[in-house]
Structure formats: structure tokens, C-alpha cells
Unconditional design. Structure first.
Length: 226
């Protein structure tokens, strides 16, 4: 009887352990499913509010920091295109037109072609700060002067409605040359400050939406089968 009782207790113990392990596995799988669904629905929220492609236009002010102390603020314009690799990360290319103004001395037109990576901190919300940085090519309007540069900046975007956002941002451009103003001073490269107010026009993302909906349906069907 003792032997039979020990065997019985052993079987009960093994059975309870198997039930516990099975329950743990189901809980882990359920948590993973919930996390997957949450991520997919958040991506849908992003695509509904914004989109994968963006065209932006900006008007603002620029000022050079260089060899002359009497630099002035002048106007600048920007046209750009962005592609969202992820909800919170995009790569963008822009054309910027601006003037360098020095009182009673110089007022010359310049342009730059900037390639940036941009990170949205809250891509699923109407209001989102963002930061960006990258590499650029600077040139005078006649292309007589050309310079390379690096730039970085930050800003704030507010979605006034689906697919349309207004943004305010500033960037700092460090030009890898000290000849933009016509005055050369060793070890004193120029930098440009720009502040702009603009609009982001979002579009696209339908294919990504279809794939997300298929993934959600697959997860739901999989849970029903289980």
C-alpha cells in the first residue's frame, strides 16, 4: 500500500507540474499575442493619422555666424520629401534657399541640399517633438562657391487634421569652410542658424495597412483555432 501510495503521489505531482508548465506557456503566448496586436494597432493609428510619405514646405529666417560681427536675419524657403522607414523614423531630402546678409556689405543668395534622418518622439499622437541630423551640400546661387556641411536640429509638429501637420523647428548648420562671406580667417568655419514654420502633407501607406490587417487577421484566426 505504501508503494502504491508513493506512486500515486508521484503521478499527481508530475501531473500538476505539467499543468503548471502548460498554463505558463499559454500565459506567455497570450502576452506575446497581446503585445503583437498592440504594436499592429498602433501602426494602424500612425498610418491613419499620418502616412509613409511626406511633402513639406517651410518659410523662415536664417542668420550666419561667421567672421563678421554684423550679420543680419534674412528669409529662407524649403521644399522637402520624407519617407517613413518606421513609424517614428524617416529619411528626408530637402532643397533650401536662403540669403547671407551682412549690413552694408554682403547680401548673397545660397542654397543647400540636405539629407537627414529624423526621429519622431510621439508618432501616434497629434503633437510630437522630433529631432534630426545629417549631411548637406551648400552652394551659392551661381554655383561659384560650394561647400559641404553637417546639420542637426529639433522641432515640434502638430497634426491639425489627418494627413496635415504644422511644424516649427530650428536647425544648426556647420559649414566645413570659412570662405562663404568672402573673408578667410584660419580655424573659423561658418555656421548658419535657421528657424522655420511649415506644413507637412502626408500620403501613402495603403499597402502597409493591408499587410497589417492580414497579420491581425492571421493572429485572430490562430487564436480561434487554439
Amino acid at each position: 500500500m505504501i508503494i502504491n501510495k508513493n506512486k500515486f503521489l508521484t503521478i499527481i505531482f508530475i501531473f500538476l507540474n505539467l499543468c503548471f508548465v502548460s498554463a505558463q506557456e499559454e500565459e506567455i503566448q497570450s502576452n506575446q499575442t497581446q503585445q503583437s496586436n498592440k504594436s499592429l494597432y498602433r501602426e494602424l493609428d500612425f498610418l491613419q493619422l499620418r502616412g509613409t510619405h511626406v511633402v513639406d514646405g517651410v518659410v523662415g529666417a536664417s542668420m550666419i555666424l561667421g567672421d563678421y560681427p554684423n550679420s543680419e536675419i534674412d528669409i529662407f524657403f524649403r521644399l522637402g520629401y520624407k519617407y517613413h522607414i518606421l513609424s517614428n523614423l524617416n529619411v528626408n531630402l530637402s532643397f533650401n534657399k536662403y540669403n547671407i546678409a551682412l549690413s552694408d556689405t554682403i547680401n548673397e543668395g545660397f542654397m543647400s541640399f540636405d539629407l537627414n534622418l529624423e526621429y519622431l518622439i510621439s508618432p501616434y499622437n497629434e503633437l510630437s517633438p522630433f529631432i534630426f541630423g545629417g549631411y548637406g551640400y551648400n552652394a551659392s546661387s551661381s554655383f561659384e562657391e560650394t561647400h559641404t556641411k553637417v546639420q542637426f536640429g529639433l522641432g515640434l509638429e502638430y497634426m491639425v487634421m489627418d494627413k496635415l501637420g504644422i511644424k516649427l523647428y530650428g536647425d544648426y548648420n556647420y559649414v566645413l569652410s570659412n570662405e562663404m562671406e568672402g573673408l578667410i580667417m584660419p580655424d573659423n568655419d561658418e555656421s548658419i542658424l535657421r528657424v522655420g514654420l511649415g506644413l507637412n502633407f502626408y500620403f501613402g501607406g495603403n499597402k502597409r495597412k493591408e499587410q497589417i490587417l492580414k497579420n491581425i487577421e492571421t493572429v485572430i484566426n490562430s487564436n480561434l483555432i487554439e
